[in-house]
Design a protein around this ligand. Sequence first.
Ligand code: ADP
Length: 544
Amino acid sequence: MLAGMMMNRPLLISNLIDFAGEVYGTIPMVSQTVEGGIHRYTYSESRKRIAKLANALIAMGIKPGDRVATLAWNGYRHFELYYAISGIGAVCHTINPRLSPEQFIYIVNHAEDTALFFDTTFLPLVDKLKAHWKPIKHYVAMTDKAHMPDVPGLLCYETLIEPASDQIVWPEFAETAAAALCYTSGTTGDPKGALYSHRSTVLHALYSVSSINMAFGAGRSILPVVPLFHVNAWGLPYSSAITGTSLIFPGPRLDGPSLFELMELEHASGSWGVPTVWMGLLAEMKKRGRKPVGLKHVLIGGSAAPKPMIETFEKEYGVTVIQGWGMTEMSPLGTVGHLLPAEEDLDFNDRVELKAKQGRRVYGVELKLVDEEGNKLPHDDIASGELFVRGNAIVSGYFKNEGATSRALDKDGWFGTGDVARVAPNGMLTIVDRTKDLVKSGGEWISSIDVENAAMAHPGLANCAVIGIPHPKWTERPVLVAVKAPGANPTKEEIDKLLDSKLAKWQLPDDVIFVESLPIGPTGKVSKRDLRTKFTDYKLPDLK
Ligand code: ADP
C-alpha cells in the first residue's frame, strides 16, 4: 500500500470552539438562566469565557484524563464546561439529575469524578448525596457571587473564572483521548458508561451536519430541549459550533408555554427533543392557534414519533418534522428521516407514512440485521431482526465494564442495539420495537410501537403505551394503557373499533386501561419498565 502524503492533524474538540469564536464570532447564543432572566452573548465571547474556565480548571489542579462531572440544565455555563473540560484533556461527565439516588451514587463513584459543577437548583440533591460521593474534591455552584448559596467550602463559578486569563493555547494530544462520558439510563442493570473520544465527537458532529443540513447554518438557530446531560444534547454543542448555528438554551423551563415563549422571543428556527416534550408544546400551540413565529423544523427522537404528532406539526402548523433514531452508545445519531425529492412530492399521507419511519442511516453509520442465530438478514423491508451498528462514533465497549462490553459486541465487532428493526432496499429503517418491549403472543411478535401508533390516531388520546401481560396460553398479551386528552372522554369501545380497523385480530390489545399519566423515565421517555411494575398484579379480562 502506498501511503498518502497529507497532514494528519488531531481532531480535537478545542478546535471547534476556536473555529466558531473566530469565524462565527458575532453569532448569538441565548440562555434562559436558572437565576431568572435571559443571558445573551456571542460565540466569540463564549470562546473567551471558555478559555478563562479552562485556565481556572488547570489552576484547580484538574489533570488530563480526570473526570469532571456536571449536573446542570441547558445553559451557557454548561456549554462552557463542555469545551473547557474536554479542551484541557479532562473528561466532561454529564449526569442526568433524574436518575435514582442509587444510580447517582453508583455512577459518580464508578466514574471517579474529581469535581462537580452544578446548577443551584440541584443543591438539595448534592447535599443529600455528598456523603456518598467519595472521589469528589471540588464542588462548584454554577452561578455568580450574588446568587451563591451560603454553604461552607462551596466554590462559585464566576468567582473562579473572574481572575483567569481569556487567552489559551490548547494542549495538543491524540484525538483518540477521552473527551466526555455519559451513562445510559440503566433500564437494565447498573448504568453503563459511553466514553466518547475527541475523534468520535468531531466526526459525529460532521456526520450530523451533513445529514441534517437543513437545520444548521449561520442565521439559523436551534433550541435544544434534549438536555446537555443526555448524550451531549444529541451532539448540538459541537454541530452548532462547526456551522455557526445559534443555540437557544431553555434552562430549567421545559413546559409547553415556557418553550413557546422562548421560541417566539428568539425566533428559534428549529428545536430538538423527545416526543413527550412536543406534547406540551403542541398543547400550547393549539391553545394559541398558531406556531411560535419562525419555527421551521422540529427533530423528534429518543422514541418513536407518533404519526398524529407528525401530521399536526406539518399540516396544521407548517412545521417540518424530522425523525431521528439513535442511542447513547452511538453519540447518538444513527438514522435521520429526511425525505428525498421524489418522496417530498408524494401525497401528504404517504409522506407522513415515511416520516413515521426512523429514516436512513447517517453517513458514518453502518446497519446490519441479524436473526436469533446471528445470521445476516436481507434489507428487504420484510425481514426483521436485531439491529447491529458499526462506525467511528459508536462505542467499542463500556467504561470499566468488561462484562457489559463483551455482551454488547458480536464476534465481528458490531454493536448490538437491542432494537428490532426492518430495513428497506432504499435504506429506510423501521424500528419495530425494543427487544425487551416486544409483546410475545402465541409464537408471534407484536410491535408495541405499531399498536401505540394506531391508537394515537384517536383524537381523544393524549398519550398511550402498550405492555405485554403474561398469559398462560399465549405467553403474553398486549394491553393498552392510555391517557385521555384534556376535555376528551374516549371510550374503550371507540379505541377497540379504531384499532380493529388498523391491526390484525391477534394484535389487538386485550384491554384498554385509562390512567391519569404515564411514568416518565430519566430521559423523558415513557418508562415501560415502570409501567410493567405498576401492572404486576393486573389480571387480563379472560383470566379474571
Ligand atoms: P436510554 O437507553 O438511556 O433510554 P437512549 O437515548 O440511549 O436512552 O435510548 C436509545 C433507544 O431509544 C434506542 O435503542 C431505541 O430503542 C429508542 N429510540 C431512540 N430513537 C427512536 C426513534 N426515533 N424511534 C423509536 N425508538 C427510538
